[in-house]
Design a protein around this ligand. Structure first.
Ligand code: AMP
Length: 168
C-alpha cells in the first residue's frame, strides 16, 4: 500500500515556512488506518504496560495501539487540560513553546511505556514526554510515530528505540 498518498502536504500551516503533514486522509481510510496500526503494533517490544498518546493527533492511533497491545492508555495533554493532579514539562516544538502534562498516578514505578505521536519533527515534544515518564519512575521502551521528518534530526533527542512508519 502506498501510504504516502494518504498524507496531504499543507504549505505554510500553521505558520509561514512550515510544511504541515495532514494525516486526516489516512484517518479517513479504514484500509490505510489498519495498515498503519499493524505496522505500529507488529514491531513493538514484548510487554508494554502503558501507551501514551500526545495531544491531540497522538490520540487517534494511541488508543488503538493500547487496545491491540492490551495496555493501558494515557493521554499527555497541553497545560491546564487534565482534571486531576499533574506534573508538567516545558518544551519547544517546530512552531512554538508550550508545556505538557500527565496525571501523577498514570505511570507506576517500573511501568514499561510506549510513547506515540503522529509526527516526529525536532523531537522536543517526545523528549518532554520521556522526561514526564521517567520522573514518574517508568521506562520508555519505544517511541513510535506515523511520520518522521528526518531532516530535523529529532531522533538525536531520544535515547529509546524509535519506529516510524513513513520517513521524509
Ligand atoms: P517536535 O517537537 O518538533 O518533534 O514536533 C512534534 C509535534 O508537533 C507533534 O505533536 C506533531 O503533531 C507536531 N508537528 C510538528 N511539525 C509538524 C508538521 N510538519 N506537520 C504536522 N505536525 C507537526
Amino acid at each position: 500500500m502506498n501510504l504516502e498518498t494518504f498524507i496531504r502536504d499543507i504549505p505554510n500551516f500553521p505558520k509561514p515556512g512550515i510544511l504541515f503533514k495532514d494525516i486526516t486522509p489516512l484517518l479517513n481510510s479504514p484500509e490505510a488506518f489498519a495498515h498503519c496500526l499493524e505496522e505500529l503494533v507488529s514491531k513493538t517490544p514484548d510487554t508494554i504496560d502503558k501507551v501514551i498518546g500526545i495531544e491531540a493527533r497522538g490520540f487517534f492511533f494511541g488508543t488503538a495501539i493500547a487496545q491491540k497491545l492490551s495496555a493501558g492508555f494515557i493521554p499527555v495533554r497541553k497545560k491546564g487540560k487534565l482534571p486531576y493532579t499533574t506534573i508538567s514539562e516545558n518544551y519547544s516544538l517546530e512552531y512554538g513553546d508550550d508545556a505538557l502534562e500527565i496525571h501523577e498516578d498514570a505511570v507506576r514505578k517500573g511501568d514499561r511505556v510506549l510513547i506515540h505521536d503522529d509526527v516526529l519533527a525536532t523531537g522536543g515534544t517526545a523528549k518532554a514526554v520521556v522526561n514526564l515518564v521517567e520522573r514518574l519512575g517508568g521506562t520508555v521502551v519505544q517511541c513510535n510515530f506515523l511520520i518522521e521528518l528526518e531532516f530535523l534530526n529529532g531522533r538525536k533527542q531520544l535515547n529509546s528505540p524509535i519506529l516510524s512508519v513513513l520517513k521524509y
